[in-house]
Design a protein around this ligand. Structure first.
Ligand code: PLP
Length: 404
């Protein structure tokens, strides 16, 4: 991902920053758009993974829709050019204001997660003299075999409507006068790597549930399998584009789609994770009692996944590529500057001998990175820098060598 000319440009940019490889993003989105057409499955990008304007615009121009989980995400998607009729709104807790704004904008559908929510949307639509399109998220009780914090399709999770409410749901939909039922929605988790097993199970379970509802007179015109496709955090260059084709083949071959039924997916992570890296500098090298520490200027406030989920991100020393000859390797605990013991990028990472000022890349940081950043410790936000616009990035100021 990083050629020497790019790394040389990084030398002049203030760290930490998020670097986005726009060529890779374009190639990823082109792949999805082509497969979407070939398999007849429509795609909505899960905006929660990354909301940078340039990223949203790049995705939108390929005809992909937006899948949002808050009112502000809906507004952001619309602002960045996604048409309302390609924008859906999911989430277990939509506020009245969020519902009102999205309904007024005429979004494609609300993905509703409880009977109570359907009731409220119908009542609000009636009192404002509007109509709302509603898809219903079902909890299919499927184990996605992923981290428990990103598992969403089990009965113990707060998402979707459970089987014991199916009869009540049919009855409620029959009574609602201001909503149009558009279909069923599923999303069982994130960073799913057992693609053929887990998604085959999801598609077969969805087929059973769809036929149960159609047997009771509901027309399930749309079936949305959610997102969740995993990426290779261990080998981002070897697998820079996620296995979208395996995913689509598995879903479509395990779901007997009937005439006129539209299938959907909502990938987030797999669209944007690999095009992003968090670029940082080594501030200090410290020899501890039992280990060596590399202290970076990027911390858990910039990218919280390692501290939050114990997530693995590959770490590379970019500056070492300029060093001639043999570079001695060494084990480091790579850490950030935030005053928390969980602010650790990786323990015992074997890296080329590193020195103060070296540029480091924390890879696969494009999804659930910048969007989850905070100003904890009152640190600044790391800005976004795009590969095709490196010259407008904030300049590095060398306070240590003011004359340079
Ligand atoms: C409803 C919904 N759809 C899609 C996604 C996207 O998931 P991922 O980024 O794993 O593809 C999420 C994220 O958890 C979600 O909550």
């Amino acid at each position: 991902m990083f050629d020497l000319a790019t790394i040389e440009k990084f030398e002049h940019i203030a760290t930490p920053f998020y670097y986005y490889d726009m060529e890779l993003l374009g190639r990823t989105v082109d792949t999805i758009a082509r497969l979407s057409e070939r398999y007849g499955v429509s795609v909505h990008y899960a905006v929660k993974a990354n909301v940078e304007r340039r990223i949203l615009e790049t995705i939108n121009i390929r005809g992909i829709g937006a899948d949002c989980v808050s009112g502000n995400e809906v507004l952001r998607a619309l602002e960045c050019g996604f048409p309302a009729e390609r924008t859906v709104f999911a989430g277990v807790g939509k506020s009245d204001r969020e519902i009102y704004d999205a309904m007024s904008a005429g979004i494609e559908a609300f993905n509703c997660e409880s009977l109570h929510e359907i009731y409220v949307i119908d009542a609000m639509a009636r009192s404002y003299g509007m109509r709302a399109r509603v898809a219903v998220r079902i909890n299919p009780n499927i184990d996605a075999h992923t981290h428990k914090y990103v598992t969403t399709g089990l009965f113990e999770n707060k998402f979707g409507i459970a089987r014991h409410e199916f009869n009540a749901l049919v009855e409620l939909l029959g009574r609602c006068t201001n909503i149009d039922f558009t279909g069923l929605h599923f999303h069982i988790g994130s960073q799913i790597t057992e693609v053929s097993d887990v998604y085959a199970l999801e598609a077969r379970r969805a087929a059973e549930i769809v036929s149960w509802f159609e047997g009771r007179g509901l027309v399930v015109a749309n079936v949305d399998f959610g997102g969740g496709l995993g990426v290779d955090y261990g080998n981002p260059d070897g697998n820079d584009v996620a296995p979208f084709e395996d995913w689509l083949r598995t879903l479509t071959s395990n779901f007997p789609r009937r005439e006129g039924q539209q299938l959907h997916i909502e990938p987030g992570r797999s669209v944007v994770a690999q095009c992003g890296s968090l670029i940082s500098r080594v501030l200090f090298v410290k020899s501890g009692e039992t280990k060596n520490f590399l202290i970076l200027d990027a911390g858990m406030n910039d990218l919280i996944r390692p501290a939050l989920y114990g997530a693995y991100h590959r770490i590379e020393n970019l500056s070492s590529r300029f060093r001639k000859g043999f570079s001695e390797m060494q084990a480091y605990d790579v850490v950030g500057p935030v005053c928390e013991s969980s602010d650790v990028w990786g323990q015992g990472r074997i890296l080329p001998m590193s020195v103060r000022g070296d540029l480091m890349a924390i890879r696969s940081a494009g999804a659930y990175g910048q969007v989850m950043a905070s100003r904890y410790n009152l640190r600044d936000f790391a800005p976004a820098v795009f590969s095709d616009d490196l010259d407008s990035a904030p300049r590095y100021v060398d306070y240590f060598n003011p004359g340079r």
